[in-house]
Design a binder for this molecule. Sequence first.
Ligand code: NAP
Length: 292
Amino acid sequence: MDRNLTKILAAKPVVDSVIEQLKSEVNAWVKRGVVPSLKVLLVGNHPPSLIYTKNKKKFIESLGAKCEIIHLDETISKVEFLKIANEISKDSDTHGCFAQLPLPKHLNDVDVANLFPANKDVDGFHPENIRAMVVGGVIAERALMPCTPKGIITLLKHYKFDLSGKNVVVIGRSMIVGKPMAMMLSNANASVSICHSKTKDISFFTKKADLIVVAVGKKDFLTTKHLGDNKPWIIDVGQNVINDSLFGDVTEDCIDHCEALTPVPGGVGPMTICSLGQNLLAAVQLQLGDIS
Ligand code: NAP
């Protein structure tokens, strides 16, 4: 197969096209005296979380919106943490909020999905937003969807992958990626199979797939052995840091056996942050009404 024919599904052109729209929306709100504002609860010093929150803040500020990272001590009590979350929830000048995960172990029983009201829940974890995702259609379009799967849908639309009637395999079933991804792909009329650690023969599914979304979190998880002759599109969600380098879940040689592939870095990661910006503007609209 000719490697040059493989399409690299880079996030940059997608983000570049979305960013202009988001900037003009922020500008329109600012002219009305409202600065879209995001607050992030960050607990402790988990190294990837420090990087992720910094990148999110940089992106939100590049739109002309506000982003404050509330950096809390690792040892903060559950009572104090919930008090701060409650204050943010009630603050009418804060339009979007989320807690950067993972939280330290002593906060593991915090009900993250209900930490903030549904119309400020830019992570798309709130039960009302999950329900909207399950219902689909216009109800889902009006709600806040989880950032990573939302970003993948945006990327596929940009590169004109028509999901209707396609065989799609999602590997991974977490609440953050796999499960919402499968639901959103189904809403877009794809036929979706979900694989996980108990799936007996993942190749049985992937060899027939038109699109494979891999969200496992293991370098070199998806190999050419999983691929047939049908040259699928592959979305590599994995972010595996090894010796300070970032790797996805897909082996390098898969590029010769697929029609299109997201790079790592430069693929799903930036799309996730882009979705956060879209969700913040959608949250402003949910709280204050239509800009027009
Ligand atoms: P997770 O909660 O650990 O879930 C991993 C999933 O992979 C689970 O459903 C697990 O199955 C499945 N799995 C593990 N080993 C497997 C195996 N041998 N065969 C088949 N399935 C297997 O991880 P996550 O939060 O979904 O994240 C997955 C990856 O995506 C990570 O690398 C993460 O860093 C990355 N990520 C990237 C972004 C981004 O913006 N690019 C955003 C979120 C996450 P079981 O359910 O059976 O245990």
